[in-house]
Design a protein around this ligand. Structure first.
Ligand code: FRU
Length: 483
């Protein structure tokens, strides 16, 4: 009887551990809900990442707060108390997204205060507000908030991203406006200030002509390798073949910018930054070496993923270093500190079709180097769940199929020289970096037990290294929260 009981407890505790969807090396809230990254910055030797957060429930954003975590390497994240609460007349409908300017030894956190007007049209307005911190931990809202009341630009005016150039400060803001036939269209506004507090509208950086939808969220604007990158998340872009298949998109336009005329001149069309199911609301910062690093919410609105029942929802992608590639493409690579999260080698060398490798803790880094003239199929499997990632060398396509409804994401890709992939698996996420990072896929998946990887029968890999990944986040399991 006793033996049976022990076996029973052991079996179910193993099963629970294996089914734990909480990430081991990606940042997730310690409880409740997470969406966009906010206030991403390097301050006094530490990376701060704030995020849209509901600490009371994992079933939706509710009235959002700013969560807060810190790290010195983008992997060992430590959770801190909620940084900004929705407790003022100008933000009591949510402390919406924003960014951090580090200036004169202080943190300046700019965010959008959302206010609901129940039963009215429009039913909300959005103000820009400021909070400051001397040490990165004690954060105080500015007494004279809001700093931009936005009349003439309501009701959707949000997600300020700030930078300094010379002795001036600049802010991009997401906005919508009415087009010629009264349709709602997205645009990005540029604002300017001499003192960080008083702001004036300087120009319109970009407007949708309808093809890019009705609202641009989370704009970011920065110089990279001799050009300018306008990175944003348009809502309402219609699917077109393999493109724009998520509910909302995140992508960029490469162009040039003049501080004199305040105009942005696109050189290329809009391109999606990632081709997976779950990549939204990006934000960038400069790392301690001065490289541009991007992070995104690895989730998507309206998905109701099963982790909600485990007391948390949402996680961030890996931090990725950005470089400008050819033809308006951005190259993304995991930051170099990924070494800090690498565990032991589980497999290495020439690998034949059919090979199965059991992962440890449902985590892995998989490095593949192979012939560009062969098809490649990698399966990521647990008893009741399968994700297939395939390279088709005749068509020059790469496909991620996670099964279930809306399973497939695909894009064109041909390796330059050898085929190289870097694949990161965490408890409920997959990130694939192809070649020099010119194509990436970020998708959530929900294994139902211990995960293995299997190489398709026809595949043959010159060199494959599989490592486990360490647990680098500071809790092993979130606290359950109310529905
Ligand atoms: C993007 C977004 C932002 C907004 C925030 C609210 O996902 O809709 O535009 O500030 O989320 O949580």
């Amino acid at each position: 009887m006793i033996t049976k009981l022990i076996t029973f407890i052991f079996f179910y505790s193993r099963l629970a551990a294996a089914n734990n969807l909480y990430p081991k090396y990606h940042l997730s809230p310690d409880r409740g809900w997470m969406n966009d990254p906010n206030g991403f910055c390097f301050f006094n030797g530490v990376y701060h990442l704030f995020y849209q957060h509901n600490p009371y429930s994992s079933y939706g954003p509710g009235i959002v707060h700013w969560g807060h975590a810190v790290s010195t390497d983008f992997f060992h994240w430590k959770h801190l108390p909620v940084a900004l609460n929705p407790d003022q007349w100008y933000d009591d409908g949510g402390v919406f997204s924003g960014s951090c300017l580090v200036d004169a030894g202080k943190m300046y956190l700019y965010y959008t205060g959302n206010v609901y007007h129940e039963g009215e049209t429009p039913d909300h307005s959005q103000y820009q507000a400021l909070a400051t911190s001397d040490d990165g931990y004690n954060i105080v809202k500015y007494e004279m908030n809001p700093i931009i009341n936005g009349s003439g630009f309501q009701p959707d005016l949000r997600d300020p991203k700030i930078w300094k150039h010379g002795d001036k400060y600049y802010m991009v803001l997401g906005n919508s406006f009415k087009g010629e036939s009264n349709e709602t269209l997205g645009r990005i506004l540029l604002w300017e200030s001499s003192d960080k507090i008083n702001w004036e509208k300087a120009s319109i950086l970009l407007e949708s002509d309808g093809r890019l939808g009705y609202m641009f969220e989370c704009p970011d604007f920065f110089e990279l390798d001799g050009h300018w990158v306008l990175l944003f998340s348009p809502q309402g872009v219609k699917p077109e073949g393999d493109k724009y298949k998520n509910l909302f998109q995140t992508g960029h336009i490469i162009g040039d910018f003049s501080y004199d005329t305040k105009t942005f001149t696109p050189l290329y069309d809009f391109q999606e930054l990632d081709h997976g199911h779950d990549f939204y609301a990006t934000q960038t910062t400069l790392d301690e070496d001065g490289s541009r690093v991007v992070i995104a919410w690895m989730d998507m609105w309206d998905q109701n993923y099963p982790e909600m029942d485990q007391g948390f929802a949402g996680q961030m992608t890996l931090a990725r270093k950005l470089k400008l590639g050819k033809n308006g493409i951005l190259l993304q690579k995991p930051v170099k500190d990924i070494d800090a999260a690498r565990g032991r080698v589980l497999h290495s060398g020439v690998t034949r079709g059919g090979k199965v490798i059991k992962l440890v803790n449902n985590t892995a880094e998989i490095l593949i180097r192979s012939s560009p003239l062969l098809n490649l199929d990698v399966f990521i499997e647990s008893e009741g769940n399968q994700v297939q990632i395939s390279y088709d060398h005749q068509k020059g396509t790469i496909t991620l199929d996670r099964g279930g409804k809306d399973a497939v994401r695909r894009t064109n890709w041909r390796p330059l020289g050898k085929l190289t992939w870097r694949l990161y698996i965490d408890s409920s996420s997959i990130e694939l970096f192809c070649g020099n990072g010119e194509v990436t896929f970020s998708s959530r998946f929900f294994p139902t037990g211990p995960v293995s990887i299997r190489l398709g029968r026809q595949s043959m890999i010159d060199n494959m290294t599989v490592r486990s990944m360490k647990q680098t986040v500071d809790i092993s399991y979130p606290q359950p929260t109310a529905a």
